[in-house]
Design a protein around this ligand. Sequence first.
Ligand code: HGY
Ligand code: MN
Ligand code: MN
Length: 416
Amino acid sequence: MAAHGENLRINADRLWDTIHEMAKIGPGVAGGNNRQTLTDADAEARALFARWCEEAGATISIDAMGSMFARREGTEPGALPVYVGSHLDTQPTGGRYDGVLGVLSGLEVVRTLNDLGIRTKHPIVVTNWTNEEGSRFAPAMLASGVFAGVHDLEWAYARQDADGKLFGEELERIGYKGNEPVGARKMKAFFELHIEQGPILEREGIDIGVVTHGQGLYWLQVTLTGKESHTGTTPMHRRRNAGLGMARIVELVHEVAMDYQPDAVGAVGHMEVYPNSRNIIPGCAVFTIDIRSPSKKVLDAMNSRIRQGIETVCEAMDISHEVEQVGHFDPVTFDEDCVKTIRAAAEHLGYSFRDIVSGAGHDACWISRVAPTAMIMCPCVNGLSHNEAEEITKEWAQAGADVLFHAVVATAQIVD
Ligand code: HGY
Ligand code: MN
Ligand code: MN
């Protein structure tokens, strides 16, 4: 493994301090973060990340989707770089480690190489992908999706948030609309360290998740149109209650996911009713269905059963409906050599490890389409994430970052 077989380790105290320095930007209301993409808080976080990278001797580039690339030179400038990173944007009630651990552990790899005076043949590039969460601007993993050629740049710029603001305009407003074409960069490999966001590693007492696959996903945005009318005077049999239709479809999504256990999940996290007045029957409901499975067959079966079910519910209630697919990717298989490199690093360092399938979507899922890619996971407390109470331990962060260091350095090849 890395560095002439020595058991090199990152500086865990420095990584932990760096993560918690970043957590001060865009604080939530309950100890976590609300640093949504392209907000002023996101801009502040980006500036801090850029300063840290430049202090570590890296040079920053920004592409037309605002993704940030901090490059540490190798001895062979023309050699394909090894990329490492994740995202700095958070959910509105997000944790301090989702995404941030992966970006700042990439910075820690560079800082540790500097401390040790190690040079690598291939350059190393630490990356912050714009809008991984997809909460403010759907879909998730937007910038890495454009980078992988899945989404068109102009389509991404036209994405709107709940206030009707456009992605492209907000990107310009915060000063991160770079000139670099998106997706032009070629990579030797991409590694992403991320918290598991689920309960498996902690429950089994395992330090490292070697991510072999990522489950696939559909996000279906549904608009139901019934009729607004008085909640007190409209006879029950004459109501066209879009809110009730939404409730029945939310239940349907849960039931369909339960039919495919253990390889399926389904929920509705975004719900809006209009006019949202206490004494008006909702005439309109807009909500987003999130269904996922590691099996393409199961995912597609759930998608068609739910679409069929929406038809049935709406027909029975004399409600019209529109279904827009606002997010989708098939289950992902990560690169075997990169996965092996991660396994070997964990073994070399004496950390316990197991193969795992990622329940959450990540930028790595799209980047795996254009470069050899794999992920490393560390446990999180009670498997909790997308909640301000998200927690990890310093030891878990260290284990993940140590393995990331050895995987990246082994791939970038030490010169001296
Ligand atoms: O939705 C996801 O899986 C990711 O956290 N954006
Ligand atoms: Mn994430
Ligand atoms: Mn997330």
